[in-house]
Write a protein that binds this ligand. Structure first.
Ligand SMILES: Cc1cc2nc3c(=O)[nH]c(=O)nc-3n(C[C@H](O)[C@H](O)[C@H](O)COP(=O)(O)OP(=O)(O)OC[C@H]3O[C@@H](n4cnc5c(N)ncnc54)[C@H](O)[C@@H]3O)c2cc1C
Length: 272
């Protein structure tokens, strides 16, 4: 027999990012000197796609047994997002937080998360949201899979686990694709995959008592040159709010008088 042994349970790691609540958009400020978001200016929420990632992990764990660990790299307030994940039902939470990680781009972020995940230990599945609603690059998942040297399936709208195999449907622009991989594997998920649960009152109360492990850069085995600003080849040159286009003018009235006025206006602007 040369078939792979069945994995009895699913140990799943979910990467979650705390992002500014876009419903508070008018209050969000940008630091014009550093071209970075003033994160304190907005309430933090779990990146919406990451709630789908948590839900999928909980669904698989509930069906097959195992553990769900949520991990985030971010400032100390990212603990709130991890606590919500614990309240939804995650078993363990890890926050990687250290001032030396500030300024990390997607390369440094995926590297640091990879080192955190190595410290957590073995896993069958790694689930992420398809993208973060603030950075919006969708690069952290693919980067992470590369650092960990595992297969990746992006934009999954459905996943099924069978023994040592994962089957997924990938949402493409005008079609979907069915793919299969062996475990361990990294998957990024879309909103279509499920409807995230609300934390129950019992979940909220028990999450308050659970420990969120906080790891600094010193707690991880990492190359200092690959983290923070030094490990980030991407530089934001400028960040700005696009100017709203001038309001259009509605020419009311009857034809052909309206058409004549339109031609007159176009001539004034030297369109022809
Ligand atoms: C020069 C530079 C400096 C930056 N400095 C900072 C900074 O100081 N602070 C800051 O918050 N951001 C900073 N950023 C942005 C930060 O690098 C990105 O937000 C981050 O790398 C994730 O990229 P993204 O938001 O595009 O995520 P995506 O790649 O779109 O996210 C995909 C998925 O990856 C996972 N994920 C993404 N980020 C994290 C995370 N941090 N922890 C756990 N899971 C995650 C989530 O599951 C998410 O759904 C900086 C970016 C640049 C270019």
């Amino acid at each position: 027999m040369n078939s792979q042994p069945e994995r009895p349970t699913m140990d799943i790691v979910v990467c979650i990012k705390q992002v500014p609540d876009t419903e508070e958009l008018p209050h969000i400020r940008v630091n014009r000197e550093t071209n970075t978001l003033v994160r304190e200016s907005a309430k933090g929420i779990i990146n919406p796609f990451d709630e789908n990632a948590i839900e999928e992990a909980l669904r698989l764990r509930d069906a097959k047994g195992g553990r769900v660990t949520v991990i985030s790299m971010g400032p100390p307030q990212a603990e709130e997002a991890l606590r919500k994940a614990l309240a939804m039902g995650a078993d363990q939470a890890v926050l990687i937080s250290d001032s030396s990680l500030a300024g990390s781009d997607t390369l440094a972020t995926s590297y640091t998360l990879a080192m955190g995940i190595k410290k957590i230990g073995s896993f069958s599945l790694l689930i992420l949201g398809k993208q973060a609603i603030d950075g919006d690059t969708a690069q952290v998942g693919p980067g992470l899979a590369e650092w960990l040297r595992i297969p990746q399936i992006t934009y999954a709208r459905k996943i099924e686990i069978n023994g040592n195999k994962i089957r997924a449907e990938r949402a493409l622009e005008d079609a979907f694709e069915k793919v299969e991989s062996t475990l361990p594997c990294l998957v990024t998920v879309t909103k279509e995959i499920n409807i995230p649960r609300y934390p129950s009152l019992k979940g909220l109360l028990s999450a308050k008592k659970k420990e969120v492990l906080v790891w600094s850069a010193d707690d991880l085995t990492l190359d200092r040159k690959r983290i923070g600003l030094e490990g980030s080849p991407t530089w934001v040159i400028k960040i700005f709010t696009p100017e709203a286009p001038p309001k259009g003018e509605v020419l009311a009235g009857e034809m052909p008088e309206v058409a004549d006025r339109l031609i007159e206006k176009l001539r004034e602007r030297e369109v022809f």
